[in-house]
Design a protein around this ligand. Sequence first.
Ligand code: ZN
Length: 283
Amino acid sequence: MKSLKEQIEWASGKGVAIGHFNVSDSEGFNAVVSAATELGVPVIIGVSEKERSFLGVAEIRALVTAEQGKGLPVYLNADHTYSVEASKEAVDNHFDSVIIDGAEKPFFENVMMTKEVVNYAKEKYPDILVEGELGFIGTGSMMRDEIPDGVSLETQTTAKDAKSFVDETCVDLFAPSVGNIHGLVKGGEPKLNIKRIKEIAKAVSVPLVLHGASGNTDEEVAAAIDAGILIVHINTELRLAYKKGIKKGMSSDEAAPYKFMAEGVEEMKKLATQKLRVFNKMQ
Ligand SMILES: [Zn+2]
């Protein structure tokens, strides 16, 4: 089986992006994996710190290892990890990638903590990819009335800052702030800054990751991929689909969890399939 690094190189050669979907439980995990397996495309399972504590670090690692054992290109990412300690825990559990998120910290502090995780990972498991972030894009996957404070054109990552961050930290993957926002904005999402993505892709030599792509149109995301994005994160939309399905399941008299939960899995799988088609340029 290809490593995540090789899989990203494959995506780059093909001009497509790998889908990254967050899950909170085994149902969500099954929904995402079956969507990717049916389409025959690689997929990254993301678990944030809170999702990890709900699901269990060893438990999610075991679920992904079982799929990898079948030869399926399913990878595990420790999504937004705000402390060096929690990042090290993900490294110790041999996740395929880890995101150390110091985006809210001053530049120098962000560089220092990111560097520490890069060094730790390289020493322990050199195949683990470490992702760094620069430029605030908000936290949480809620419905927002408006664009969160601290996110604006001025706070978007510049190509120059991106280059010095990547050079100084030696990260394997880089997540910029380019008009993307975590969560969904009721009045409509701001547009992705495609021009800025192109500039950053030209300035740095590592793959770029687009966070908070929920709510952006398929056309925008496709343009972002053409501009140099190689991994696209979806969480909020997936959670909403899951919730909608479970609500439907709960409204019947059914008492068996595997029956009323199945509706949630179905909705989530439908959405993951739709997104994966866009990211992989399938008709
Ligand atoms: Zn994110």
